[in-house]
Ligand binder design. Structure first.
Ligand code: FAD
Length: 320
């Protein structure tokens, strides 16, 4: 069976969920071969094996941490040369998309970014994309070279499928461009303890209807009761009520969780662009005519200051 390279997104071997989703999708196309760059391959290997990685190609070198993406492109190119894969899959993060684009140029391959589904096709993988603010769904396939495809988080539920996960050392020779841009400082983001917005299975967002920064505590309380990430509309971000890193939409982040809860958000097209592919959408809005109700699965016409705390209490009560 053909092999499919999966680029592992991790922090010192702690594998992030989108990689497990990629392994699940990769199994539809062939035997997944994980590519683990940097420290922690021994930690990551059992998790990767559990999710279907037949092999784990591992390379560790200071270049991966000390310089921006090019060393990783060099390594993935070496992996592609070694394996001759049927496809190369990466998560749709900003960094991975840059790696994917550079890799595709190196390999002379076509690239598809931000896929939301992947299927095996007679002439190679067929990728589904949600485009034009999710107004259209397209399917595409790469017609030149080894398909390089980035897949959005939450496009598939990770499924266990135990495989060997044999760790093999990947020999990488860094090219002259690898050390062209170095990392000068690195400071960890203050942790909220909540999941990362683009990876979260549940997102609770607040908009202008929140009426002020202090009221986002209601959104955070509901998010915490559900184990969710917090999002915000641009109106709320522009008002300075919540940091820009949490903005959902065309000029913010794109999320595709299992559940998206929008409170005090009207549902402008630019906001929809960032959340329309969520599996289940719930909105709380006091205006029954708000456009957000056109796309919800469940809508509550009511005052969020009553509904959101009541919902939080109910979730807490049911969790015991
Ligand atoms: P509003 O549209 O003002 O809606 C507030 C809603 O809250 C209303 O529906 C109201 O009925 C409801 N409400 C008020 N009080 C309560 C209450 N007590 N209880 C319940 N409901 C209540 N927007 C984004 O979100 N993300 C983007 O990335 C983005 N990018 C943009 C890019 C461009 C180029 C442009 C032009 C715009 C962009 N926008 C974006 C802005 C977008 O057009 C909207 O202005 C914005 O989404 C509105 O935010 P909102 O829904 O929070 O506010």
């Amino acid at each position: 069976m053909a092999e499919v390279l999966v680029y592992v997104d991790h922090l010192d071997g702690d594998v992030r969920k989108p990689t497990l989703e990629l392994l699940t999708l990769a199994r539809r196309l062939g035997d997944p071969v994980a590519v683990h760059l940097g420290a922690g391959a021994a930690t990551a290997a059992p998790v990767l094996a559990e999710h279907g990685a037949a092999r784990v190609l591992a390379a560790d070198a200071p270049e991966f941490a000390d310089y921006l993406v090019v060393p990783k492109v060099d390594a993935l190119q070496a992996a592609a040369d070694a394996v001759s894969p049927a496809a190369i899959l990466l998560p749709s993060s900003a960094e991975s998309k840059e790696i994917a684009a550079r890799l595709a140029v190196r390999l002379g391959s076509g690239i598809i970014t931000d896929a939301v589904d992947l299927q095996a096709g007679e002439d190679g993988p067929v990728a589904t994309q949600s485009v034009f603010a999710a107004a259209y769904t397209t399917t595409s396939r790469v017609t030149k070279g080894t398909p390089v495809i980035t897949v959005k988080p939450n496009s598939a539920a990770p499924e266990a499928a135990p495989a060997a996960g044999t760790v093999e050392e990947l020999a990488v020779t860094f090219g002259p461009l690898a050390t062209g841009t170095s990392v000068v400082t690195r400071s960890p983001r203050e942790s909220t303890g909540r999941p990362e917005l683009t990876e979260a299975a549940i997102v609770v967002s607040g908009g202008r209807g929140m009426g002020g920064a202090e009221n986002f505590a209601l959104i955070e309380a509901l998010a915490d009761s559900l184990g969710a990430a917090v999002g915000a509309s641009r109106a709320a971000v522009d008002a300075g009520w919540y940091p820009h890193a949490h903005q959902v939409g065309q000029t913010g982040k794109t999320v595709s969780p299992q559940l998206y809860v929008a409170a005090g958000i009207s549902g402008a097209i630019q906001h929809r662009a960032g959340m329309q592919t969520s599996k289940t959408i719930v909105a709380v809005n006091k205006d029954a005519e708000a456009p957000i109700f056109e796309l919800v699965d469940y809508g509550v016409v009511g005052d969020l200051f009553d509904v959101v705390p009541a919902l939080t209490d109910e979730v807490r009560a049911r969790k015991g």
